[in-house]
Design a protein around this ligand. Structure first.
Ligand code: SF4
Length: 368
């Protein structure tokens, strides 16, 4: 198995290089390339060619390896399929937005939570990712931004997004971050200290692991918290999100409110609008009737929150359907009438399967 140089300490890297009969300063050069996210040794232009070839035979740069890259047709979203050292695969998504370059990272290979609308849980949980494996996903995105084929085009002429740095992180890819909280916290601390990404530009999204939310509160960093709610009653939520059998809606919201109040942050509420086709091929609303909107308003009344409404994105193996545009707007209007901040989230990268709930492995597996 090849040695992953990013995982070595500085001392270990010097030892590794010395064994190759190379001067110590080469270790420093290599470290600089690794910290910039160099995906291979041929990118390390200031190393002698012979050393680059030798390293290629015995070592790997990062603990993740890009095996496929997909760009959305508008060039604003890029999905990376990454392979870990044990051949597990994960995905991360780079979104070039009007407010900056945002990266959605995975925290686990697979997911055990079993949410009925989500593609990421289809293969179950494989394992937790290490701090380095999570951090490497933003390095991959950073490297791509700096070598970006789109960067010479002003995608957002009115914004400041046309720069080459990752500015925002959302931990909303494959996996439940609070099931891997120790490494997720380690990753966030590192993204803040090593990459200078502000706490307020980092968002952790959870399906509602109450002890994990409490641990985040105890940790005390003023990051953003997003709760995947998706239903306004325990009965319906338990149907589509099995975790609700363990942690009830009210307990999740209480813990999340405590977190957001502590940091005076607006709580993000994610709400996928789901329908289902009946035998007449008509879409019946599952969690998105006017009655559901009223119940959701009651649940959230008085809370400092923003509801992101996400019309369902197609996943082949799931038999949900998207509500009509009218139904989506009617749902939003009711929330607004009841004084709840809300917006309809514009999905990015649907044509490459990277929009919310679409992250999965099998649509890209074997296409290396
Ligand atoms: S929505 Fe999140 S927590 Fe639920 S199954 Fe998908 S990845 Fe896991």
């Amino acid at each position: 198995m090849k040695t992953i140089l990013f995982n070595l300490t500085d001392t270990e890297l010097v030892e590794f290089i010395t064994k190759l009969r190379q001067p110590k300063f080469r270790a420093k050069q290599i470290r600089e390339w690794l910290n910039r996210g160099a995906p291979d040794f041929k990118s390390m232009k200031n190393l002698p060619e012979k050393l680059r070839l030798d390293l290629d035979c015995i070592a790997q740069t990062l603990p993740v390896r890009i095996i496929k890259r997909l760009d959305s047709s508008d060039g604003q979203t890029t999905k990376f399929l990454l392979e870990l050292n044990d051949c597990e695969q994960i995905e991360c998504v780079l979104m070039r937005t009007s407010y900056g370059n945002s990266v959605c990272v995975s925290s686990q290979a697979g997911c055990a939570m079993g949410c009925k609308f989500c593609a990421s849980t289809l293969l179950g949980l494989k394992r937790n990712l290490t701090v380095n494996e999570i951090y490497s996903q933003i390095l991959v995105a950073q490297w791509e931004l700096r070598n970006d084929k789109f960067s010479d085009k002003p995608i957002h002429p009115n914004g400041d997004a046309n720069n080459n740095d990752v500015s925002h992180i959302v931990i909303m890819g494959t996996g439940e971050p609070l099931q891997n909280i120790e490494n997720v916290i380690g990753f966030i601390e590192r993204a803040n200290s090593d990459m200078g990404i502000g706490w307020r530009k980092i968002t952790v999204s959870t399906c509602g692991i109450v002890p994990g939310i409490k641990e985040l509160t105890k940790w005390g960093r003023p990051i953003n918290l997003a709760i995947s709610l998706h239903a306004p009653t325990n009965e319906l939520r338990s149907e589509i999100m099995p975790i609700n059998n363990k942690y009830k809606l009210e307990d999740v919201l209480d813990a999340a409110t405590e977190f957001s109040n502590l940091h005076n942050r607006q709580l993000m509420i994610e709400y996928i609008l789901l329908g289902r086709k009946n035998k007449d091929d008509e879409t019946e609303l599952l969690n998105s009737t006017p009655e559901h909107a009223e119940k959701l308003s009651t649940l959230l009344k008085g809370k400092n929150c923003m509801v992101n409404l996400i019309p369902w994105n197609a996943v082949d193996e799931r038999d949900f359907a998207a509500p009509s545009g009218n139904a989506v707007h009617r749902f939003q209007d009711i929330l607004i009438k009841n004084g709840i901040h809300t917006r309809i989230r514009r999905e990015r990268g649907q044509d490459i399967g990277s929009a919310c709930g679409q992250l999965r492995l099998n649509n890209t597996k074997g296409t290396k």
